[in-house]
Design a binder for this molecule. Structure first.
Ligand SMILES: Cc1cc2nc3c(=O)[nH]c(=O)nc-3n(C[C@H](O)[C@H](O)[C@H](O)COP(=O)(O)OP(=O)(O)OC[C@H]3O[C@@H](n4cnc5c(N)ncnc54)[C@H](O)[C@@H]3O)c2cc1C
Ligand code: SF4
Length: 518
């Protein structure tokens, strides 16, 4: 067997033929290594849509590698036998293939990087970890931005990114003379609803994807979620088609309705591009460029395009910077000392709260929920209930097709659960059921009343909101952005507080909110 120079390790979220790991690749002496391992589906209870997304995209990428003439050592899940862990599989293959070094693009997960480093070290192999070009800035550049700053708010980072990359800029000033168009964006649909929303880009599973679906249905039969409507883009060509469809049909109204919700429709005017971006089927630069071009051609208004660019150039890059500069300690944060368990029905959708049921059923059916459902429905409820952040994290990492730890963890622990004590957000995102009532018609079909905070009909969100303020009154009183909300607690009588406390205790005991079967 001729000597193998470099074994290029490609992970399930690194599916780009032009990734830095392939720089200098020589098919005569180098080879690619990929493996489907059980560990990735069980270290959290990965949903069927999420596992299918990764496996289908990996198998299609393997075909693209072979078509490009790159030698590939690929282990399928069926063949991985006892080697259920990534490190163990790599170890076996190193013994067989005897490469002189390992090369890879920087992985998204801290845990995976440690596993691969350990294998390289154990075998005395040099490991060349290269910069991931799928981000606008490097982790080192983020760290330099963060250094010495008292506050690490996204807004300042985002403005610096716009300037640095010249996106929607006129000299040193933002186009439209505003950094933020929130006043034009974030509207609710009103009683008439969203009207005719363009259908989402859906891709009929081909033979490769159908085989994956059958495998997931048998191998992970007891895992949450469903696969009947699996239609995600799993190749680069499909991802590009999704991008084009979004820009042409949805982007013009993206900004206006980015915070709106409508029962039975999770897709609305969102892009549904997160999985394609995170698996590297799309590059964020081409996504931002396509959105900016739509504004330049007059197809989409500035407010919408800015709102969208903010998500990709701002939030996405920002959370990655937070993750890599804060790990591994970040995973352990629990600033609010939250100790409850995640309700069982998060895994089934069996709750009688209309807003939560809708978000959960969509999540389990499609592996998708839009941002506002994640932040202000499922996340908000877990925060106010006081669920242990690690359990909330394990749920979010398991259920969504776009879930990769570098992006999921800061969104969950930091933005949604305030478990980092305010590193990402200046205050916890807490609200009563009235917020959900304003942004959606869910409450009209719900047995609870968002205006009531205690009693049989009280909306659990509203009860838990007041309970949250009462439980964390001392800590929140020191936060100027919460002062007004906390003052309202002081106005409550002892009897009112007790009523909230008792109702919240019943919710925690599982006596409220669980679907009742006739
Ligand atoms: C608790 C919680 C957990 C989340 N977990 C994930 C996750 O595992 N993976 C993930 O990609 N996103 C996650 N998000 C962010 C966001 O909800 C999803 O990116 C978005 O809903 C995906 O749908 P979309 O592609 O239609 O997004 P759009 O609404 O169309 O937004 C456009 C793009 O912007 C990016 N984006 C938007 N918001 C964020 C954000 N807060 N952080 C990072 N990127 C963002 C995404 O790439 C997205 O595709 C999470 C948010 C919360 C509150
Ligand atoms: S009343 Fe409360 S639980 Fe019911 S839909 Fe409204 S916010 Fe959700």
């Amino acid at each position: 067997m001729p000597e193998l120079r470099a074994l290029v390790v490609v992970l399930g979220d690194q599916l780009d033929l032009h990734a830095s790991a392939f720089d200098g690749f020589d098919a005569g002496v180098d080879a690619v290594w990929m493996a489907e391992v059980v560990e990735e589906s069980i270290h959290v209870w990965s949903s069927k849509p999420r596992t299918a997304m990764f496996l289908a995209a990996m198998r299609h990428f393997a075909l693209a590698l072979r078509a490009a003439g790159r030698p590939l050592h690929y282990t399928r899940l069926e063949a991985s036998g006892g080697n259920g862990a990534l490190g163990a599989r790599l170890q076996t293959d190193i013994e067989r293939l005897q490469p002189t070094r390992l090369v890879m693009t920087a992985p998204g997960d801290w845990r995976v990087l440690q596993a691969i480093k350990a294998v390289a070290e154990a075998n005395g192999l040099p490991l060349d970890v290269r910069e991931d070009r799928h981000f606008f800035i490097t982790v080192r550049e983020f760290a330099a931005h963060a250094k010495g700053r008292k506050s690490l708010r996204m807004e300042y980072f985002y403005r610096a990114q716009r300037k640095r990359h010249g996106v929607l800029m006129q000299g040193d000033q933002p186009i439209g003379d505003q950094w933020n168009f929130d006043a034009d964006n974030r509207k609710a649909f009103g009683a008439a609803g969203p009207g005719a929303v363009p259908p989402r880009a859906a891709f009929e599973p081909d033979a490769v994807t159908r085989e994956v679906i059958a495998l997931v249905e048998t191998r992970f039969a007891r895992h949450p979620g469903r696969l009947e409507s699996f239609a995600w883009p799993v190749t680069r060509a499909q991802a590009l088609q999704s991008l084009q469809g979004f820009v042409e049909q949805r982007l013009p109204l993206f900004g206006r309705y980015q915070d709106a919700m409508w029962p039975g429709d999770p897709w609305l005017f969102h892009s549904h591009l997160s999985a394609a971006l995170n698996l590297k089927l799309l590059n964020p630069r081409e996504v931002v460029a396509a959105a900016v071009a739509a504004w330049q051609s007059g197809h989409a208004p500035l407010a919408s395009v800015e709102g969208f660019v903010r998500q990709i150039l701002g939030w996405r890059e920002y959370v990655r910077g937070i993750y890599w500069t804060q790990m591994p300690g970040y995973l352990e944060r629990n600033a609010l000392d939250a100790r409850e368990n995640l309700p069982e029905w998060y895994w089934t959708g069996a709750t009688d709260m209309a807003c939560l049921r809708d978000a959960l059923v969509q999540t389990l059916t499609h592996g998708y929920a839009n941002h506002i459902q994640r932040l202000m429905v499922t996340g908000l409820y877990a925060l106010m209930l006081g669920v242990q952040p690690k359990q909330v994290h394990a749920w979010y990492l398991a259920v969504y097709v776009d879930a990769v730890e570098w992006v999921e963890l800061p969104n969950t622990l930091g933005m949604s659960q305030f478990a980092d004590g305010g590193m990402m957000g200046s205050k916890p995102y807490v609200a009563t059921g009235k917020y959900i009532d304003r942004m959606s018609p869910h409450c009209k079909d719900c047995r609870y009343d968002p205006a009531q905070r205690s009693g049989e009909l009280a909306c659990p969100f509203t009860t838990l909101y007041w309970d949250f303020l009462m439980r964390h009154e001392a800590m929140l009183a020191g936060n100027p952005r919460m002062a007004l909300q906390v003052k309202n607690v002081a106005r409550m009588t002892g009897a009112q507080k007790l009523a909230v406390h008792e109702r919240a205790a019943a919710i925690r005991r599982g006596e409220v909110g669980v679907e009742q079967h006739a």
